[in-house]
Design a protein around this ligand. Structure first.
Ligand code: SAH
Ligand code: SF4
Length: 365
């Protein structure tokens, strides 16, 4: 069986080169062809010897997950549904903004952590994505977006930031995610700065410590509640790693983090966690941790049992945090006309034009 070279970071590729009897420095050339040029055809890698190209064609492939569908929202958001085999689908979302373009990447098929307001959590856990499937989302999106922008302006890469905020809990797929992060940061691959790559976690404390040691990138933590009683209900992993331990891990993380704050994500659920009293409790809770808040209006999915907080409630909540000196943004809901908003991935599937996606998702359940 062929080896998929998207599975390797620089070190892995050097090992592969040695294995096939080539000098390890060939890895650098290969890495650049694969990730900087987006090349999948060994025959086109003109500065590699013909013998090596032939050898690669018989032993290796460069293969990202297959695209099943491609949706563009009115606001420019793009969403790709990708097949990862056996009827499993994952989603990748590109969000263009004025000065940056963010790719939101999935790390697992489904998720075992079962947060009650999350559509991916409702699906349950299916499996971890491989390195090739994780980095393949960036590899693919870069190519797809380059084609689009070449047509318009011949512009540079459209993706300036990556957030691990798609389907799955990235820190529950630690090794594969870290290898993919290595590639995102590698100058011979995507060359993104650590500040522009964000891992979002629901709070797997030991893995937060490992990430700090292995590959400190920007960190977002899904807090969602100002006390353990409520967080136990919304984010069940809180029963294992309660808020006190989580915040201590955040403080430790900041010692090595590329940014001097943690981003706390807080989904706004009507009548559940969105009162002014909750906001005051939150201010007290986080007073030791340098942080910013990102309030996410709940994105509904069928039978979720939750409603989105009103705009007024979100404003009052934000004002309390701001008055306490906490920088707080309210996440704009992007791409919700194509179900690409947070927590909607692989969720609602409705009309006939999306039959392919419905088939996949139903099989995935
Ligand atoms: N598993 C990681 C990353 C993926 S979820 C985590 O939980 O952090 C990315 C963000 O979307 C998290 O903050 C998550 O809590 C939030 N989210 C999940 N479901 C949502 C929904 N239905 N509406 C709004 N945000 C949601
Ligand atoms: Fe998993 Fe994150 Fe969804 Fe929780 S919010 S179920 S951790 S993907």
């Amino acid at each position: 069986m062929s080896v998929n070279l998207l599975d390797f970071d620089a070190k892995g590729l050097a090992g592969f080169c040695t294995e096939i009897g080539e000098k390890p420095f060939r890895a650098r050339q290969l890495l650049r062809w694969i990730h900087r040029s987006g090349e999948a055809d060994f025959a086109a890698m003109s500065d590699l010897a013909k013998g090596l190209r032939d050898k690669l064609s018989t032993t290796a492939v460069i293969e990202s997950p297959r695209v099943i569908s491609d949706h563009a929202a009115a606001d420019g958001t793009r969403k790709w549904l990708l097949s990862v085999g056996a009827g499993n689908g994952i989603e990748t979302v590109f969000i263009p903004e004025t000065n940056r373009g963010t790719l939101c990447i999935s790390s697992q098929v489904g998720c075992a952590l079962a947060c009650t307001f999350c559509s991916t959590g409702r699906q349950g856990f299916n499996r971890n994505l491989t390195v090739a499937e994780i980095i393949g989302q960036l590899w693919w999106a870069n190519k797809a977006l380059a084609e689009a922008s070449d047509e318009v302006s011949g512009h540079d890469r459209a993706i300036t930031n990556v957030v691990m905020m798609g389907m799955g809990e990235p820190l529950a797929n630690f090794e594969n995610v870290v290898t993919a992060l290595d590639l995102m940061l590698d100058d011979n691959a995507y060359g993104l700065s650590r500040r522009r790559v964000t891992v979002s976690t629901s709070g797997l404390v030991p893995a937060m410590d490992r990430l700090r040691q292995r590959c400190p990138v920007a960190l977002a933590v899904s807090l969602h509640a100002p006390n353990d009683g409520l967080r136990d209900q919304l984010v069940p992993i809180n029963r294992k790693y309660p808020i006190r331990e989580l915040l201590a891990a955040c403080e430790r993380y900041l010692e090595s983090a590329p940014r001097d704050f943690i981003t706390f994500e807080y989904v706004m659920l009507d009548g559940v966690n969105d009162s002014v009293a909750h906001a005051h409790e939150l201010v007290k809770l986080v007073h030791r941790v340098p942080c910013k808040f990102n309030l996410i209006p709940f994105n509904p999915f069928p039978d979720s049992g939750y409603r989105r907080s009103s705009a007024g409630a979100v404003r009052c909540f934000r004002d309390v945090l701001m008055q306490a000196g906490l920088i707080t943004t309210v996440r704009k809901t992007r791409g919700d006309d194509i179900d690409a908003a947070c927590g909607q991935l692989a969720g609602k599937v409705h009309d006939k034009t999306r039959r392919a996606s419905r088939g996949l998702m139903e099989m995935a359940r």
